[in-house]
Design a protein around this ligand. Structure first.
Ligand SMILES: CC(C)(COP(=O)(O)OP(=O)(O)OC[C@H]1O[C@@H](n2cnc3c(N)ncnc32)[C@H](O)[C@@H]1OP(=O)(O)O)[C@@H](O)C(=O)NCCC(=O)NCCS
Length: 184
């Protein structure tokens, strides 16, 4: 079983721990943070259950979302979390998602996390393709993906019944060879 640990300039991306519960719950209970996400706001009990359930999951299992904590190395605080899923049928394809606490947004943290994850997946794990699916109204997330060099591949129109209405989604992706080109 592999324990994922990615360090960037300011951040440590590592296993979520029960000691993260307070920080985790603060932003996971905020409807602005969960607005465009597949999950809804959580009670403290649900947040605790989530961290416990997630502790049994490991990087490398096909088709399983695994959540990781994003820790600010200076303050030791959890400032968000991110998730990676290897494709159910082909583990050379990964899907990712990132959440940054509302108090910590627009400081370049998500971009730092995304670049750290891409470097891990492409350079260390030889992943072929990384995908992210975002709500078409999620401008922050679209800008993050564009700014990192992801390409828009799809625009699905009212494809998902989501939080009480039909929602549309974009699919963005990056290939290993595009990552390699980007570095030059
Ligand atoms: C999307 C999200 C992760 C971005 O996090 P962040 O740490 O604020 O992003 P960064 O500071 O790294 O900014 C990355 C880019 O997106 C842009 N951006 C970030 N928030 C933005 C906003 N609200 N509106 C417009 N652009 C925005 C930044 O200007 C930056 O662009 P640049 O690189 O060209 O300068 C954050 O808004 C979030 O957690 N949202 C709620 C959860 C969510 O919806 N996650 C995505 C679904 S998986």
């Amino acid at each position: 079983m592999e324990t994922l640990n990615i360090q960037t300039t300011r951040l440590n991306i590592r296993q979520l721990k029960l000691s993260d519960l307070t920080d985790f719950h603060i932003y996971r209970s905020n409807p602005e943070v969960t607005k465009y996400q597949g999950f809804d706001v959580m009670t403290i009990e649900q947040a605790e259950q989530f961290i416990n359930d997630n502790a049994t999951k490991h990087f490398g299992n096909a088709g399983e979302w695994v959540q990781y904590g994003i820790e600010n190395m200076e303050t030791k605080q959890l400032i968000g979390d991110c998730a990676i899923k290897l494709d159910q049928y082909d583990t050379r394809i990964a899907e990712i998602g990132i959440t940054i606490s509302n108090f910590e947004q627009k400081k370049g943290f998500a971009k730092e996390v995304l670049l750290g994850i891409l470097s891990f997946l492409f350079d260390k794990k030889e992943i072929h393709r990384v995908v992210e699916i975002v709500d078409a109204e999620n401008i922050a997330s679209v800008n993050l993906l564009k700014s990192t060099g992801f390409k828009q591949e799809g625009h699905f129109i009212e494809n998902t019944f989501f939080k009480g209405k039909w929602g549309s989604e974009f699919q963005y992706a990056m290939l290993k060879r595009e990552w390699d080109d980007r570095k030059q």
